[in-house]
Design a protein around this ligand. Structure first.
Ligand code: C2E
Ligand code: CA
Ligand code: CA
Length: 601
C-alpha cells in the first residue's frame, strides 16, 4: 500500500496547512464513561486541522469500528466495561499494513501501569487527571509523526525485501525465493501428500536476440516471457526467473508426467507465439525439463538436478519437453555423459567425415549414385565405424546436431563435386528418431539453399524397421520430404519383414534389400526367393531395387537374372573418403567392365 505522508515537508510541526489536500484525520475515541469521552473530544477540537471523530463505548464496539475503517489514531480508556483498553492493540495488529498510534488515557496512573502500557505497544500514556488539549494535541501530533516514519520504514523494508526476493526485471520471484518455495513444497509433499511438478525452462537462441537486437530488446523478451508464464499458471504455482534466460515453475497438485506435459505444452505454445519487440516480430523458443515430486525425488537438490538434466536433454535433443521420468525409465539406454561429451567435442573439432560407396547399374557398370557413410577420424589416426558411435548418438540429445552435421557434410561435398562437373545422386542415412521431428524437411530445405544444391539430388535412407515402429510419423515426414523434392529409400529391407501393404502409404522411389540376404547369395536360397519376390513387386510399382552387401563377384550375374539391376558392395567398391572415391570413379566403368570380363572368362 502506497503510504501518503501527512508530513510532506521536513518541518515537523503539524498545522492545518500541512494537512491541506489530505483527507480529514480519522480518530477513534473509546471510553465507557460518557463524560470522559466528551472531555477527550473537547480536547481534540483544538487540533489544527480537520478531524473526524468516531466514538465507541466498549471494546466490542471499538473492535467493530476498527474492522470497518482504518483510523489514524485511537484514544482509549485504560479500563472498559468489557475488557482492558490495551486489548485494542491486538485488534489493530491483526492487519500488518495498518500503523495506528494508540494513546491510553486512564484514571489509575501508577508508574507500573505506564511501563506496562508502553511495553505492550501503546504510543503514549496520559493520566486522566492531566488530560487537557495542551497535553493531548501534541501527543496526537507526535503519534501521527511516528506513524508516518513507521510507514516509511515499513515501505522501505518491503522494497528491500522485494528486491532481495524478486527479480527486478520481470518482477517474478528470484532464485532465493524459488528455492524457499521449493523447500516448502517438499515439506508439504511429505506431510500432506501434496504432489507437484518442477519445470526448468530455458529460452532457445536468447543469446542471438541479445547479440542482434541489443540488451534492451533482450530484457523486453524476458519481461514478455515472464508475463506469458504468469498468465498460464495458477495462483498457487510459483513462476520464477532463476537467472539469465532460465525460468522455473513449481506447479502444485500435479502427480503425473502426462498432466505435467500438458501444462508444459501450454507453456511452449504461449512462449512460441510471436512477440513484438522494438517493432520487430520475434519468435522465441523454450526448452522444458520436468521432474515430479515425490516420484523423482523429495528434496530440492535432487529435484533440481533431475529437472536440470531433463532440461538439458530438451535443449539439445529433438523434443522440447522432456520428463525426467522418461529419461530414467530405462537406465542403461542413456549413454554415459562423458562419452557424449567426447562425441560432441569431436563434432565441434570436425573430426567426422563422410566415406562414399557407389551404387552401380550391374548391366551398364554406370554409377547411379553414392551412399554417404559416416566415419569418425580420431586425431590419432584411427577411423571409427558408425556402429561404434551411432547407437550412442541415436537415443541422445546429440542426434539432432549429428544429423544436421551429416547433411551439411554431404551438401558441402555435393556442391564441391557440382563445381567440378561431378553430378552424383547422394544417399544419406537418417535415424528413425529424426522422423519425430516435424521440422526436418524445413531444416533440410534451408541447407539446400545455403549450399546451392538441388534437393532432387539427395536420397534419404530410412530403415524398414524405423517405418514399422512409427508408420504415422514416417508417412508424414515422407510426405514432407517428397514435397520438398527429396527422395526416400527404404534401407535394410527384409530385416523387419514388413508386409508389402505397409508400403502402400508411401511414395518410395527406392528399396535396398538388407545385405544379410545378399552377402552370401546363392541360387534357391531364402535370400534368392526374397530378391525375386521384391524384384517383381518393385518392377510393377516402378521402384528402383538396390542389392546392398554385394560382397562377391558371383552375385552380380545372379542378381541380374533375378531382376535386381543395381548393386552396392565390397566387390564393386569399398566405402572410401571423397578424394579416393573420385579416383575410383574416374576409371570405374572401364575397370568394372574389365574386372567382370576377367572374372567370367
Ligand atoms: P547401412 O545403411 O546398411 O550401410 C551399409 C553398410 O554396409 C555400411 O557399413 C557399408 O560399409 C557396409 N557394406 C557395404 N558393402 C558391403 C559388403 O559388401 N559387405 C559387407 N559386409 N558390408 C558392406 P558402415 O559404413 O559400417 O555403416 C553401418 C551402418 O551405420 C549403416 O548401415 C547405417 O545404418 C549407419 N550409418 C552410416 N553412416 C550413417 C550416417 O551418416 N547417419 C546415420 N544415421 N547412420 C549411418
Ligand atoms: Ca544405408
Ligand atoms: Ca543397409
Amino acid at each position: 500500500m502506497e503510504h501518503q505522508s501527512r508530513f510532506p515537508s521536513a518541518e515537523p510541526a503539524v498545522t492545518a496547512a500541512t494537512k491541506t489536500g489530505l483527507a480529514p484525520l480519522q480518530l477513534l475515541v473509546v471510553d465507557d464513561d460518557d463524560v470522559d469521552r466528551e472531555r477527550i473530544i473537547r480536547c481534540l477540537r483544538h487540533f489544527p486541522g480537520e478531524v473526524n471523530i468516531r466514538q465507541a463505548c466498549s471494546l466490542a464496539e471499538a473492535t467493530a469500528a476498527i474492522n470497518e475503517t482504518p483510523f489514524d489514531t485511537i484514544i482509549v480508556d485504560g479500563r472498559l466495561g468489557d475488557g482492558e483498553g490495551l486489548e485494542i492493540l491486538s485488534q489493530i495488529g491483526a492487519d500488518q499494513d495498518v500503523i495506528c498510534p494508540v494513546i491510553l488515557v486512564t484514571g489509575f496512573s501508577t508508574e507500573r501501569d505506564a511501563v506496562k502500557a508502553m511495553r505492550s505497544g501503546v504510543f503514549d500514556y496520559i493520566p486522566k487527571n492531566e488530560l487537557d488539549s495542551a497535553r493531548l494535541v501534541p501527543v496526537v501530533q507526535n503519534g501521527l509523526r511516528w506513524a508516518d516514519a513507521q510507514a516509511k520504514l515499513c515501505e522501505a523494508e518491503k522494497q528491500l525485501q522485494r528486491r532481495s526476493l524478486y527479480d527486478s526485471l520481470t518482477d517474478l520471484p528470484n532464485r532465493d525465493l524459488f528455492f524457499d518455495r521449493l523447500d516448502q513444497a517438499c515439506a508439504n509433499a511429505a506431510r500432506y501428500k501434496i504432489t507437484f511438478a518442477v519445470m526448468m525452462m530455458d529460452l532457445d537462441h536468447f543469446k542471438q536476440v541479445n547479440d542482434t537486437l541489443g540488451h534492451a530488446a533482450g530484457d523486453e523478451v524476458l519481461r514478455q516471457v515472464g508475463k506469458r508464464l504468469m498468465g498460464l499458471c495458477r495462483q498457487s504455482d510459483t513462476i520464477s526467473r532463476l537467472s539469465g534466460d532460465e525460468f522455473a515453475a513449481i506447479c502444485l497438485g500435479i502427480n503425473s508426467a502426462e498432466t505435467a506435459t500438458i501444462v508444459a505444452e501450454k507453456i511452449l505454445a504461449a512462449v512460441n507465439s510471436p512477440m513484438i519487440v522494438n517493432g520487430k516480430v520475434l519468435s522465441v523458443g523454450i526448452s522444458i525439463g520436468i521432474v515430479l515430486c515425490p516420484q523423482q525425488g523429495d528434496e530440492r537438490q535432487k529435484l533440481m538436478a533431475s529437472a536440470d538434466g531433463a532440461m538439458y536433454m530438451a535443449k539439445t535433443g529433438l523434443r522440447k519437453i522432456v520428463c525426467a521420468s522418461d529419461a530414467e525409465a530405462e537406465p542403461g539406454t542413456l549413454p554415459a555423459q562423458a562419452l557424449l561429451n567426447e562425441l560432441e567435442e569431436a563434432m565441434d573439432r570436425r573430426e567426422f567425415a563422410m566415406y562414399y560407396q557407389p551404387k552401380i547399374n550391374l548391366n551398364t557398370y554406370k554409377v547411379v549414385g553414392v551412399e554417404a557413410l559416416m566415419r569418425w577420424c580420431t586425431p590419432l589416426g584411427g577411423v571409427v565405424a558408425p556402429d561404434k558411435f551411432i547407437p550412442i548418438i541415436e537415443p541422445s540429445y546429440l542426434l539432432y546436431k549429428f544429423t544436421m552435421m551429416s547433411i551439411e557434410l554431404v551438401l558441402e561435398q555435393m556442391a564441391d563435386w557440382a563445381q567440378r562437373g561431378i553430378m552424383l545422386d547422394v544417399a544419406l542415412n537418417i535415424s528413425a528418431r529424426m522422423l519425430e521431428d516435424g521440422n526436418l524437411a524445413e531444416e533440410f530445405k534451408k541447407r539446400f539453399a545455403k549450399f546451392n544444391v538441388r534437393a532432387e539430388m539427395l536420397t534419404l535412407e530410412i530403415t524398414e524397421t524405423a517405418i514399422i515402429q512409427n508408420p504415422e510419423a514416417a508417412r508424414r515426414v515422407a510426405a514432407n520430404l517428397s514435397a520438398a523434392g527429396i527422395k526416400l529409400s527404404i534401407d535394410d529391407f527384409g530385416a523387419g519383414f514388413t508386409s508389402f501393404s505397409h508400403l502402400q502409404n508411401f511414395s518410395i522411389p527406392e528399396i535396398k534389400i538388407d545385405k544379410d540376404y545378399i552377402i552370401n547369395l546363392k541360387e534357391n536360397s531364402f535370400g534368392a526367393s526374397l530378391v525375386k519376390c521384391v524384384s517383381a513387386f518393385c518392377k510393377s510399382e516402378n521402384i528402383r531395387l538396390v542389392a546392398e552387401g554385394v560382397e562377391h563377384r558371383e552375385s552380380w550375374q545372379l542378381l541380374r537374372e533375378m531382376g535386381c539391376m543395381i548393386g552396392q558392395g565390397y566387390s564393386i567398391a569399398r566405402p572410401a573418403p571423397a578424394a579416393e572415391f573420385e579416383v575410383w570413379l574416374s576409371t570405374s566403368e572401364q575397370r568394372l567392365k574389365n574386372a567382370e570380363y576377367e572374372y567370367l572368362h
